[in-house]
Design a protein around this ligand. Structure first.
Ligand code: FE2
Length: 417
C-alpha cells in the first residue's frame, strides 16, 4: 500500500533556477537559497521516494487563456523543459510517473473532484526552478514526478478552501493506491510578492512568517481567506500560496515541521518547509471505499461487445495518431496530407501500424487501435467518406446494408460540402 512520507513547500521564483544554472552557490547574495534547499535535497536523496507530486502554476508558458482550467494533472511519462522566451534551460526532460498519475486522475475524480488532464506540455520555472535544487539532475532526474498545475492567474480561480479540500482528496487517493510505493508531495509558489502595477515590489515579512505558522497549525483559517485578503497581506501574485494548502490538505491535522527557512533577496520571499505527519492515516474502510469508487464508473463496460472506452492509457498510446487526424481541421495541413500523405506521416512521427491503418482506411482497425471516432469523421470529411460509410465499415457491412437498419436513408459528414 502506498504511503505519503512527507510534504515540502518551496517558493518557485525564476531566481532559483538562475542561481543554480550560473553556479552561484558561493555568492553571498545567492548562498542562502542553496543553504535553504540543501537539507531538503539531502532528505529526498536519503528517502528515495518513488514519486513526487509537484504542485505548481504555469506562467502563461504552456497553458493559455484559450482554455484555462482550475486543476490540471499531468498524466504523461515525460515532460520537456519549456522555452520561456530565451531558449529552454539546459536540463534533461523530466520523467513522469504515468501509472501513478493516471491512477490519481481516476481516484481524485472518483471523489467528485473533477480535474483537467494534460500530457506533452513542457514545464516552466514554476515546477523546474525548485525541482532542480530539490533533485538535481545529471543524465536524468532521479525521481519521476506527477505535475499538478493550478490555474491561479485568471479569475475566477480556485479558492483557498478548494485547494485544501483537493489536498484531502489527494491524500485519500495516495493512501488507497494498492502499490507498495512511497510518495512525497511538494507545493511551490510565493511567498509575498507583487510583480505588476505601481504596487510591484510589495513584500510583507511579518505576514509571511504568520502564514507559515498558520499553515502548520491552523490551515482552516488560511482556507477561509479570500484572494483579495491574500493580495492585501502579501501582494497580488502571492495569492498563489493557496497552492501550499493542497500540500497541507494532504497531511493530517497534526504535522511536525522538520525544516523552515525564509529569505527575501529581491522581489519574492523565498521560503522552504518540510512536514511529516503526526496524525492518522486514512482508515482501511475509507481506503477500500476510494479504491472501489476509482474503478466503479467503468465497471462492466468490458461486457459491451464492440465498445472501446477512450481511457488515459489508450489516449497516451494513440496520442500522436489522434493529434495527426485532428490537425486536418487546418486547411493547409489537409492540403499537404492529400498531396503527400507519406511525408505528413513521417513529419507526425506515426508508427508503421498507424500509417497502415490510415492508408487502408481501416475504420474499425483504427478504433480498436485507439483512434477516437471524432477524428475518424474528420478524416472522412477530408476524404469525402460520409459518416454512415464509416459506421458501416466498423460493423463489417456495406453502406446499403447499414442504411437499411436506419429510419432515414441519409448520408452526411462533418464536411461543409
Ligand atoms: Fe508563480
Amino acid at each position: 500500500m502506498a504511503k505519503l512520507i512527507g510534504a515540502i513547500g518551496v517558493s518557485h521564483t525564476p531566481t532559483i533556477g538562475y542561481a543554480r544554472d550560473r553556479k552561484l552557490a558561493q555568492d553571498p547574495v545567492w548562498a542562502p537559497i542553496f543553504e535553504a534547499f540543501e537539507p531538503l535535497k539531502d532528505w529526498l536523496a536519503e528517502q528515495k521516494p518513488d514519486a513526487l507530486v509537484m504542485i505548481y502554476n504555469d506562467h502563461v508558458t504552456s497553458f493559455s487563456f484559450d482554455h484555462y482550467s482550475a486543476f490540471a494533472l499531468g498524466v504523461g511519462d515525460q515532460y520537456a523543459v519549456a522555452d520561456e522566451g530565451g531558449g529552454p534551460r539546459d536540463l534533461p526532460a523530466v520523467p513522469g510517473h504515468a501509472e501513478f498519475a493516471r491512477y490519481l486522475a481516476r481516484a481524485v475524480m472518483a471523489q467528485d473532484f473533477d480535474l483537467s488532464l494534460f500530457q506533452h506540455k513542457p514545464l516552466d520555472h514554476g515546477c523546474l526552478s525548485p525541482l532542480c535544487l530539490l533533485t538535481p539532475p545529471e543524465e536524468t532526474w532521479p525521481i519521476p514526478i506527477v505535475p499538478l498545475q493550478c490555474g491561479v492567474l485568471q479569475f475566477p480561480a480556485p479558492s483557498a478552501k478548494r485547494c485544501l479540500d483537493l489536498g484531502k482528496a489527494l491524500r485519500k487517493a495516495i493512501d488507497a493506491w494498492p502499490e507498495d510505493k512511497r510518495v512525497v508531495i511538494v507545493a511551490t509558489g510565493g511567498l509575498s510578492h507583487q510583480v505588476h502595477g505601481e504596487r510591484a515590489g510589495f513584500n510583507n515579512t511579518a505576514w509571511d512568517e504568520a502564514f507559515l505558522d498558520m499553515l502548520q497549525n491552523d490551515p482552516d483559517r488560511l482556507a477561509g481567506m479570500t484572494h483579495a485578503e491574500y493580495a492585501k497581506l502579501g501582494g497580488f501574485e502571492s495569492a498563489e500560496v493557496i497552492m501550499w494548502l493542497i500540500m497541507r490538505g494532504a497531511m493530517s491535522d497534526k504535522v511536525a515541521c522538520h525544516h523552515r527557512t525564509y529569505y527575501l533577496p529581491s522581489m519574492t520571499a523565498i521560503a522552504t518547509v518540510r512536514y511529516e505527519d503526526q496524525g492518522q492515516d486514512t482508515s482501511q474502510a475509507e481506503r477500500e471505499r476510494v479504491r472501489h469508487e476509482t474503478t466503479r464508473q467503468l465497471e462492466g463496460v468490458e461486457d459491451l461487445e464492440g465498445t472501446y472506452p477512450f481511457t488515459l492509457e489508450i489516449s497516451a498510446k494513440a496520442y500522436r495518431a489522434n493529434r495527426f487526424l485532428q490537425s486536418l481541421v487546418d486547411p493547409a495541413a489537409r492540403k499537404r496530407f492529400l498531396t503527400d500523405p507519406e511525408a505528413e506521416f513521417e513529419a507526425a512521427g506515426l508508427s508503421d501500424e498507424e500509417r497502415d491503418l490510415i492508408r487502408r482506411r481501416d475504420w474499425g482497425g483504427m478504433i480498436r487501435y485507439g483512434f477516437i471516432f471524432f477524428v475518424l469523421e474528420k478524416l472522412g470529411a477530408v476524404l469525402g467518406v460520409p459518416n454512415p460509410q464509416i459506421y458501416a465499415s466498423m460493423k463489417g457491412l456495406t453502406l446499403e446494408a447499414f442504411l437499411a437498419t436506419r429510419n432515414a436513408q441519409i448520408t452526411y459528414s462533418v464536411s461543409r460540402n
